[in-house]
Design a protein around this ligand. Structure first.
Ligand code: NDP
Length: 244
């Protein structure tokens, strides 16, 4: 049976492009009332045209005060997908302060902050909620030039576990999905070099990268009542990379 989210309100961050955009569309088609948050106005305008009914919020997640006001006014939500992230790959010896700061702000700080705002609203409503944080296989394995990215995703996995522990008594579940490479804009920027991608694919037992839909399906599962007893877990979408 198809998953249905009728009557639920969902917030998806980083919904202008890639995985977040596909999640927003899928949730909307499954009956949820979706608010899509992203940074580039043109992306949100085209999303709203593609999928009438989706509401949009154009904010930079690194801007704490603006996020507080915008997300606070847009809620309450019962479903949250913290999907936005940046991947600025640099050799460890060349990591810059600005890349570090942006990555910490968006990949980690904004997840904490948006989740606080949304979870407070969930608790005030007194209804169950589900949060999915989009992590990566990179949270569990060291990858060359990924010092900052791997570390922020690792921190995100641990944050998700503590959130699951503290929010469980309020009937709010928190899980992560951890995909391997997906050929979105982010994937293409970092994995278009055929030698580099072949080396990664060779380490994946299923012998391929993930598709956007593979990630969308797992996120929808973890948002739905089909995963009602699952919280604090990380669902690998890595074709077996981690066990290889
Ligand atoms: P994309 O770069 O294709 O899309 C990311 C989206 O997030 C964009 O719409 C972007 O907006 C938005 N975003 C980024 N920074 C901010 C910000 N400060 N404020 C608001 N919105 C922001 O990425 P993917 O779809 O590939 O990635 C989605 C998630 O999946 C990320 O968490 C990523 O780490 C994770 N992931 C991706 C993998 C891959 O290979 N692609 C593999 C494993 C995990 P804008 O373009 O306007 O900046």
């Amino acid at each position: 049976a198809h998953l249905s989210f009728g009557g639920r309100r969902a917030l998806v961050t980083g919904a202008g492009k890639g995985i977040g955009r596909a999640v927003a569309v899928a949730l909307s088609r499954a009956g949820a009332r979706v608010t899509a948050l992203s940074r580039t106005a043109a992306d949100l305008e085209s999303l709203a045209r593609e999928c009438p009914g989706i509401e949009t919020l154009c904010v930079d997640l690194a801007d704490w005060e603006t996020v507080e006001a915008a997300v606070g006014a847009a809620g309450p939500f019962q479903l949250l997908v913290n999907n936005a992230a940046v991947a600025e790959l640099q050799p460890f010896l060349e990591v810059t302060r600005s890349a570090l700061q942006r990555s910490l702000d968006v990949n980690f700080g904004a997840v904490l902050h948006v989740s606080q705002i949304v979870a407070r609203q969930m608790i005030a409503q007194g209804v169950p909620g589900a949060i999915v944080n989009v992590s990566s296989q990179a949270s569990k394995r060291a990858l060359k030039d990924h010092a900052v990215y791997c570390s922020t995703k690792s921190a995100l996995d641990m944050l998700s576990k503590v959130m699951a522990m503290e929010l469980g008594p309020h009937k709010i579940r928190v899980n992560t999905v951890n995909p391997t490479v997906v050929m979105t804009d982010m994937g293409r920027i970092n994995w278009s070099d055929p030698q580099k991608s072949a080396a990664m694919i060779n380490r994946i037992p299923l012998g391929k990268f993930a598709e956007v839909d593979d990630v969308v399906n797992s996120i929808l599962f973890l948002l739905s009542d089909k995963s009602a007893m699952t919280t604090g877990s990380s669902l690998m979408i890595d074709g077996g990379f981690l066990v290889s």
